[in-house]
Design a protein around this ligand. Structure first.
Ligand code: SAM
Length: 275
């Protein structure tokens, strides 16, 4: 995948995209990230990227001209051909569609992605209306700029590019993953045809991941649950599913609305309530 990030602060990307899985994906040629300095697309000697808002009001707005010129320099497909050509121009915006694992999965299918990072009071509306084909928010809060959001998107998307993780199965098993179409698992037990073997580290089935522990089994008196140390495979699987259900019910009950629960899940929820 080719990713272009348009920003007025290119140096902000020194670091976040140079480590771990993203770095390995870049080194393996699975991901090519180009940082585009928006100021390079200005024409005045002050390299002005912003201007006052029409109608008055606080703050400055990123001007449309440099952003349009930057995207045009990348030879991106016209808006109406982007889906067919597996390209997308994304405007980072607090008003955008909320980023989630399903959207990350959709973006991971792209060949080219351009991320436009806003700053100041935002970006001239024509960028969202005529240049970008989607607006994405990374959460219901206001950041000072789109750069951290762009880094979040690149990180989450990279994990889903085939070959980016050593263990292919692990993305399918993490929190939020809900089946090949991300539409839920009719079996509802976290196991699905293309999913990892039952002895893999987890199987979220659209729930939050279950708790993980490593050695020592007793750390300052805080003990690893007995079942993980001494349990058999079936007991461990059951414990993990129950823990994932409990954690989801406690931290993200909204997710339970979209996860089809199996009979066994209902039994496990019942067991938790009894305890
Ligand atoms: N006036 C805007 C509003 O109230 O929605 C906020 C502008 S914000 C200070 C500047 C830039 O940060 C935005 O143009 C956008 O690119 C980025 N940004 C802020 N919050 C964001 C979020 N939750 N997700 C993605 N980008 C965000």
């Amino acid at each position: 995948m080719e990713v272009h990030i348009i920003t007025i602060f290119p140096d902000l990307f020194r670091g976040p995209l140079d480590y771990g899985i993203v770095r390995r994906a870049r080194e393996a040629g699975l991901l090519n990230i180009e940082i585009q300095d928006l100021r390079a697309f200005t024409r005045d000697r002050h390299r002005t990227v912003d201007d006052r808002p029409f109608g008055g009001g606080e703050g400055m707005i990123l001007k449309p001209e440099p952003i349009f010129e930057c995207v045009e320099s990348l030879n991106v497909a016209p808006r109406d051909q982007r889906v067919a050509s597996r390209q997308s121009v994304v405007l980072l915006s607090a008003q955008g569609k909320r980023f989630d694992q399903k959207l990350a999965s959709e973006l991971s299918e792209l060949d080219r992605m351009v991320l436009i990072c806003g700053r100041y009071e935002g970006v001239d509306e024509r960028v969202g209306a005529y240049l970008a084909d989607r607006e994405i928010s990374i959460g219901d809060y206001v950041l000072s700029g789109g750069e951290l959001g762009a880094a979040v998107i690149v990180d989450a998307v990279t994990r889903l590019i085939p070959g980016a993780l050593g263990n292919e199965a692990s993305t399918r098993q993490e929190s939020f993953y809900a089946g090949p179409e991300l539409g839920g698992d009719s079996a509802g037990d976290g196991a699905r045809p293309t999913q990892a073997k039952p002895d893999s580290t987890c199987g979220s089935g659209g729930l939050l991941d279950y708790p993980h522990y490593t050695r020592p089994a007793d750390f300052r008196g805080m003990k690893v649950p007995e079942v993980l140390v001494n349990g058999n495979h079936e007991e461990i699987k059951r414990w993990r599913r129950r823990s994932a259900l409990e954690k989801t019910a406690s931290n993200r009950p909204d997710l339970l609305q979209s996860v089809p629960l199996s009979e066994r899940d209902r039994e496990l929820i019942g067991e938790s309530r009894e305890q």
